[in-house]
Design a protein. Structure first.
Length: 450
């Protein structure tokens, strides 16, 4: 659709006609007063000032990959899809400054062209960098934190429209919190990333017995730079991914191999099993136990190609972060829950592992974590399944991913984060009128200054 951009300077931004917006999964939507498509930081500031002067809200979105309503506003929306350039590269220190709306796919290609890479990534490539860091998005690896730990500096537009530069040396209290700011402290404008030299990953992807993996989980996590696994409930085996840096040359998968694995096996076969479950449950469960998890085994490719994968099927997701030490117990409790309830999820369970960090609202704040993600296809009902699993995860002091579906409120979340009050005080200082508030933030953070 055609969307006008905000003007620069002190002029009022243009006022496009009311447009509708939906997120990637289609489960969140908005009908804002206006959607703006800024190309400069001045234009972002102009929209924020315009909204603040009228006592109206403003939110920003990138690719719309969050499943929660974290970016929803019926006032003013900023579409950052045209705000995605690489602004500066310091090759000596490997620092790269980018506009907040840049997609991870574009960012990684531009880094690679300069001999650089992100040290770790999540598994979705079409997210914007600001959306990924603001929600605490992460990859996997016992020695790697969430993506936000790779930030060297950042600029944010705060509640009065002014721009705040922050880093470990400049406005350090803002920097510490804003790296995972969940849209509550301001609009992220630019991000300076601490990058690594470009590297290849040796990817070993194998089917292994679930019980064997869980017995030796620490060995898998500590014995690889990046380890994760997927389990289709009912199957004996899990799909393990062991990714480690290598000096070997690229030996990438072909287009046919990717199609076979992701579409024929990962989509069509899995979907057929779900349909068979409704018609012949016993046959479906027997097939789940017999079928291979994957036919992929061994390849080498650029790091960002290994870390990320394409999402051809739209889904809804909930992800909980529990102490890493509780992973085996939580998985056994989950398996018992499936047996007790008879639920047969249509999509796999994913387990990943993340190092502790010092970011107040990071899901890994102050503790090593295991993330436990469950999924359903976008057209399926999820509420009861997700609520039941959330109840289980809360018994392990689980923290929900800010961009993925959950049912918690600020009253239940506050005890989980030791630096909760520090974040709230900063929020009241940077956005005293609640310009960046919306119903989601009201639920998970409470009112500004409350």
């Amino acid at each position: 659709m055609s969307i006008q951009a905000a003007r620069v300077g002190d002029k009022e931004p243009d006022s496009p006609s009311r447009k509708s917006w939906r997120n990637w999964a289609g489960n969140q939507h908005a009908s804002p007063i206006a959607i703006y498509q800024p190309k400069t930081e001045d234009e972002i500031s102009s929209v924020v000032r315009h909204a603040a002067e009228r006592g109206e809200g403003v939110k920003a979105f990138g690719s719309g990959h969050s499943f929660t309503s974290i970016a929803v506003s019926d006032s003013h929306l900023l579409d950052l899809s045209d705000y995605g350039r690489v602004l500066e590269v310091d090759q000596k220190r490997r620092l790269v400054t980018v506009q907040a709306g840049i997609k991870m796919t574009q960012l990684c290609e531009e880094l690679y062209a300069r001999g650089l890479a992100m040290e770790d990534m999540g598994d979705v490539a079409y997210q914007s960098i600001a959306g990924a860091i603001s929600t605490g998005t992460h990859g996997t690896g016992g020695k790697f934190g969430c993506i936000a730990t790779q930030i060297h500096a950042m600029r944010i537009v705060v509640g009065n429209g002014s721009v705040l530069q922050c880093s470990a040396d400049e406005n350090p209290e803002v920097f510490r919190a804003a790296r995972v700011g969940i849209g509550a402290l301001g609009i992220v404008s630019t991000i300076t990333l601490q990058c690594s030299p470009a590297f290849n990953l040796h990817a070993l992807e194998q089917a292994k017995p679930l019980d064997e993996v869980m017995r030796n989980l620490d060995s898998y996590v500590d014995g690889n730079e990046h380890f994760e696994f997927f389990w289709q409930p009912g199957a004996r085996n899990v799909f393990t991914k062991q990714n480690n840096r290598t000096t070997e040359l690229e030996q990438a998968l072909t287009k046919w191999q990717n199609f076979r694995n992701d579409v024929l096996i990962g989509d069509i076969a899995a979907n057929s099993l779900v349909k068979l479950e409704r018609l012949a449950p016993a046959a479906s469960r027997w097939l789940r136990r017999q079928l291979p998890v994957t036919v992929r085994e061994n390849y080498v490719d650029r790091s960002y190609r290994v870390f990320t994968s394409e999402r051809r099927v739209k889904f809804l997701e909930m992800e909980y972060f529990i102490p890493r030490a509780a992973a085996q117990d939580a998985m056994q409790r989950f398996r018992d829950f499936l047996v007790r309830t008879g639920i047969v999820p249509s999509m796999a369970i994913e387990m990943r592992f993340t190092a502790a960090d010092d970011i107040p609202l990071s899901m890994s704040s102050g503790r090593e974590t295991c993330s436990f993600a469950i999924h359903v296809r976008a057209h399926e009902g999820y509420q009861q399944y997700f609520e039941d699993v959330e109840t289980l995860m809360r018994e392990f002091d689980g923290r929900p991913h800010w961009g993925k579906l959950h049912f918690q409120t600020w009253e239940t979340l506050r005890p989980l984060y030791p630096q909760w009050d520090e974040f709230q005080e900063l929020r009241a200082r940077l956005d005293p009128e609640g310009c960046f508030a919306n119903p989601y933030l009201d639920r998970v953070l409470g009112p500004v200054g409350g």
